[in-house]
Ligand binder design. Structure first.
Ligand code: SF4
Length: 493
């Protein structure tokens, strides 16, 4: 299909890219069912691109997919010391600090690559498209719907630039939140061994402090069949571990009428993938059926990440969360009963509006009493347009810091106790590539970080499941030391 630099692109009434093979099937949500679209790939030839990502795993996974798409068009990623022709910045807008970091990153990339064509996408680009378009050096701003059509937008912009048809002002394209319908699929290898498979996007929950539903639109997902195909492709490329990513993963099925548990069952059956982790699941969507399946599954790991946000029912109500603390405790105890060794990560937000000192103490005591493994603590950040701004009680920055510090100390105690309880046990570790002469690191099935000394590290252990005995803490207490030389079939974890 590729002739004289012209790639024929078939556009249909689907909402995602389906393949990058033989011909480029470019799918998007449009009114017309089938359209032929042509992309002049010659505009991409021999170009160099630099990528910068801020925010969550989903963003990193999407950036990696953008990289793959551009590579298909002949674009190479810049190496150190090279100047980029294209800079792509995938932004986050979870807090005010995130917004500021995005602006700094854009300005830095513009400064470092003065001749580059600069594209900004992601949540900050969706929420503040006009503001971003005014940052000096930015050429193109793509919102959440438009980023799925990056190649088309870039090709059109390059052609316009060559013809000097634009007026030098940055263009921005952004749909209203309610019209964000496209699903840009993504299954990409991160920097290390894991693949990140995007199974869902958007959110219908509208928690009062959160801007994500405005930035990413309503909940939507691709079919189970297409996700299984992507997992099979990852296995064919040698991938062993896949992390399921999304905004509100447990809400999977809104588009297709399928169920998350059926996706999990189908993925579990994919040959070659030894490990799956679910990046995060809302407690009200973590079903007993799923817990039971994970406890007996071949490849779903005993590792859960559940957002609590607050252990005070009064605050959960103000946040418009869909559960109370009792439901959360029940889920944690069900997981513990079914998988006594499971790693249990919990998100907690401190200092949101309405969190009085008494509410915070309730949260602290609740978490102290629960058998969880690690806390991810986020200080509340005021976001324009959110309904939390109408709650009158405001927590000072100083109190937010003190509360964060107390929870982080509690988290360290819990994580270290969890690690310490595993010393002396045998475990299966998936090791990650190490620099020559340095220690190798990897994770057990239940997400304990393990360190293999430089003397024992071998290049052939990269991306391999190796059985070890877990020893004592490493020097900075971020991992357990691994001892080799146990029969390679005997691990327990
Ligand atoms: Fe935001 Fe709540 Fe949706 Fe999570 S569940 S993305 S916090 S609105």
């Amino acid at each position: 299909m590729l002739k004289n630099g012209i790639k024929m692109t078939l556009m249909r009434n689907f909402s995602f890219f389906e393949s990058f093979s033989e011909y480029f099937v470019y799918l998007c949500a449009r009114k017309h069912d089938t359209l032929l679209y042509m992309i002049d790939t010659s505009v991409f030839q021999d170009k160099l691109a630099a990528y910068y990502t801020l925010g969550c795993k989903l963003n990193f996974s999407e950036t990696s997919t953008f990289g793959k798409m551009l590579q298909e068009m002949g674009v190479r990623t810049v190496q150190r010391g090279e100047q980029a022709d294209i800079c792509l910045i995938n932004t986050c807008s979870v807090t005010e600090v995130a917004d500021r970091k995005c602006r700094q990153a854009i300005r830095r990339l513009v400064r470092q690559n003065p001749a580059a064509f600069v594209v900004v996408t992601g949540c900050y680009a969706q929420l503040e498209a006009e503001e971003v378009s005014h940052i000096e050096g930015v050429d193109l701003v793509l919102g959440s719907n438009e980023k799925a059509h990056l190649i088309q937008f870039l090709s059109d912009a390059f052609i316009a630039r060559e013809r000097k048809a634009n007026d030098g002002a940055a263009a921005f394209y952004r749909e209203k939140t309610k019209d964000i319908k496209s699903f840009a699929p993504s299954c990409s290898r991160g920097n290390r061994t894991r693949y990140f498979l995007k199974v869902q996007d958007g959110c219908d929950y509208f928690c009062t402090y959160c801007t994500i539903p405005y930035a990413r639109g309503f909940s939507r997902n691709p079919t189970i069949a297409s996700l299984v195909a992507q997992a099979e492709q990852a296995a064919a490329e040698g991938g062993k571990e896949i992390v399921l990513t999304g905004v509100n993963i447990g809400d999977f099925g809104k588009t297709t009428g399928e169920r998350f548990i059926d996706l999990v069952r189908a993925l579990d059956a994919v040959e070659g993938i030894s490990r799956y982790r679910i990046s995060s699941l809302e407690p009200d969507l973590l079903s007993d059926e799923l817990i039971d399946f994970c406890a007996h599954s071949r490849a779903f790991m005993p590792h859960f990440h559940i957002p609590l946000q607050s252990g005070s029912d009064a605050v959960l109500k103000l946040m418009h969360r869909h559960y109370d603390r009792q439901l959360f405790a029940d889920k944690v105890l069900s997981i513990r009963e079914a998988m006594p060794d499971a790693f249990l990560g919990v998100d907690v937000m401190v200092g949101c509006r309405g969190e009085t000192p008494e509410c915070f103490e309730e949260t602290y005591e609740f978490l102290r009493s629960l058998p969880v493994t690690q806390l991810h603590v986020f200080p509340y950040s005021e976001r324009p347009g959110t309904s939390a701004l109408s709650i009158p009680y405001v927590v000072s920055e100083q109190d937010k810091k003190l509360r964060s510090h107390r929870l982080l100390t509690l988290s360290d105690e819990k994580t270290q106790a969890f690690y310490a309880a595993h010393r002396g046990m045998q475990a299966e570790v998936l090791f990650e590539k190490a620099t020559r002469g340095r220690a190798m690191h990897g994770f057990t099935r239940n997400y304990i970080r393990v360190e293999l000394s430089p003397a024992d590290a071998r290049p052939e252990f990269d991306n391999q499941l190796i059985h070890v005995r877990l020893g004592d803490f490493n020097h900075d207490k971020t991992a357990l030391r691994a001892q080799l030389a146990i029969p390679q079939t005997q691990s327990q974890l």
